[in-house]
Ligand binder design. Structure first.
Ligand code: BES
Ligand code: ZN
Ligand code: ZN
Length: 461
């Protein structure tokens, strides 16, 4: 069990009373005189995201009062696990079960601290999970999100393509999954030219990590994630400001792996495949160059217009392989373009799919889970921006237009027609310390996708 949750009731558990900001005055009238005086003395008005701790005559914590904007959204509770004094707390349960469920998930996500290189500032406060809550589901979601954040936050020195592969082997052993790897020159022998070419300049050899779980007769779901463990930009080198966060360029793989973890932990009746092209986009005498032409796994030729548009290249070979099996659903994730975050900011994933039904369903789950994504168009007319004089297409546009759209159109060239495919382009980083999303590596869309898959495939719901 995560250290921010407990299931058993302890002797000393402090209740958290949630008060809607606009209803504070009415609420206060109904309280004992001592509470009224105390809160007035403390100048507490239940302003959203503020709290006040009431102590008894012995000075012992008796109750926490916490202000929220509306009674149907308690996600701001994510502020509490690292703000309340350490100890055990419980919620007063007069809220709708789904509202409570999101409050608990956000409590868990708000308790996250990256502790690999620096001791935690403090222990999170512990919330007793209400008996009516689905503890297994909440833990699964929170643990998987934190697993992905640890991945993204780990610097490139300790998260090489090999480290990424080792982490996947470890995960596989936990869930009786299997992993196959194709590394270095083998990538050429097995016809993954783009993965090899992008990754060959690095001392850390490129590889394709192929992860399998579940029985073959079940519906096949394939997840693909961009695993660029560091993106210098290659010979089209990034400047310092653009490079500083590029340890997060394997964020797509973190999304795919964390979603896989959710699916396996839930034991969804699906046959899962996760394909991670893991490379470092590095600079050396052996680096691929602007103007080079790569013959991709599916036979199409690609002119390299910019070596910094590397993610789509490695994803392309993986998508060709993934779609060759015609899975029921193919989803890829990547920190693919700066343009995605220019379009929607860092809190909303760009979603691309030609399947209207899938888009509609995912939007519904996105709204229900507060896990934000927004559909962007696979606008065919912009395919012209990828035209090349010397090859079937080039890896990026020379125009500063609709960058996440042209990247998605590039990927589409490598997905077998007829396969239901969705592509997610996101920043992989939380820039502001908003509730449940501390600054650092972060994931979008996978909670929504998981709840969609759970609804679609699980017999229990
Ligand atoms: N990894 C970057 C995209 C990125 C940059 C994601 C910043 C999040 C934040 C990707 O490989 C890249 O460099 N893309 C280029 C594409 C361009 C050369 C067409 C970009 O977005 O500038
Ligand atoms: Zn790049
Ligand atoms: Zn990149």
């Amino acid at each position: 069990m995560l250290s921010c949750f407990a299931t058993e009731t302890r002797e000393k558990v402090c209740p958290i009373t949630i008060i809607v900001e606009g209803k504070f005055d009415d609420w206060l009238h109904g309280q004992p005189q001592y509470t009224q005086t105390f809160l007035k003395e403390m100048d507490f008005h239940a302003t959203a995201e503020t709290f006040c701790i009431l102590t008894n005559a012995e000075g012992v914590r008796e109750q926490v009062f916490f202000g929220v904007k509306v009674e149907y959204d308690l996600r701001s509770l994510a502020r509490l696990p690292l703000a309340l004094p350490p100890g055990y707390y419980r919620l007063n349960e007069d809220f709708k079960p789904l509202v409570i469920q999101h409050a608990l998930i956000y409590w868990g996500m708000g308790a996250y601290q990256f502790t690999r290189y620096k001791k935690a500032n403090r222990l999170p406060s512990v919330l007793i999970l209400p008996r009516t809550s689905d503890a297994a589901l909440i833990e699964n979601i929170v643990e998987s999100v934190c697993f992905a954040r640890d991945f993204i936050n780990t610097p490139a020195e300790d998260m090489t393509p090999m480290d990424l592969a080792e982490a996947m082997v470890e995960l596989a052993s936990e869930y009786h999954a299997s992993v196959n790897q194709i590394a270095d020159e083998e990538l050429l022998e097995e016809n993954f030219p783009a993965i090899f070419t992008v990754g060959r300049a690095s001392e850390s050899i490129p590889r394709l990590i192929d992860f399998y779980w579940g029985e073959e007769h079940l519906p096949k779901i394939t997840l693909v994630g961009k695993g660029v463990c560091f993106d210098t930009g290659g010979l089209d080198l990034k400047q310092a400001a653009g490079m500083i966060l590029m340890k997060k360029d394997m964020g797509g793989s973190a999304h795919a792996i964390a979603l896989a973890r959710m699916i396996m932990q839930e034991n969804l009746p699906v046959c899962l495949r996760v394909l991670i092209p893991a490379v470092e986009n590095s600079v050396s005498g052996d680096a691929y160059r602007p103007g080079d032409v790569i013959t991709m796994r599916n036979g199409k030729t690609v002119e390299i217009f910019n070596t910094d548009a590397e993610g789509r290249l490695v994803l392309a070979d993986a998508l060709t392989e993934a779609s060759s099996e015609s899975p029921e659903l193919l989803i890829d994730f990547g920190t693919l373009t700066g343009a995605a975050r220019v379009a929607l900011g860092p809190e909303i994933a760009n979603m691309f799919t030609d399947d209207d039904e899938l888009a509609k369903s995912l939007m519904q789950f996105s709204n229900a889970e507060y896990d934000h994504l927004w559909r962007m168009p696979l606008f065919a007319s912009y395919r012209k921006y990828l035209d090349s004089l010397v090859a079937d297409l080039r890896n990026c546009s020379d125009q500063p237009f609709a960058g996440s759209v042209t990247a998605a159109l590039f990927l589409k060239e490598f997905v077998k027609p007829g396969v239901t495919w969705a592509h997610f382009d996101m920043s992989g980083w939380s820039f502001d310390n908003r509730p449940g999303h501390p600054i650092g590596g972060d994931v979008l869309a996978i909670r929504a996708i998981f709840m969609y898959l759970r609804d679609r495939y699980s017999s229990r719901h």
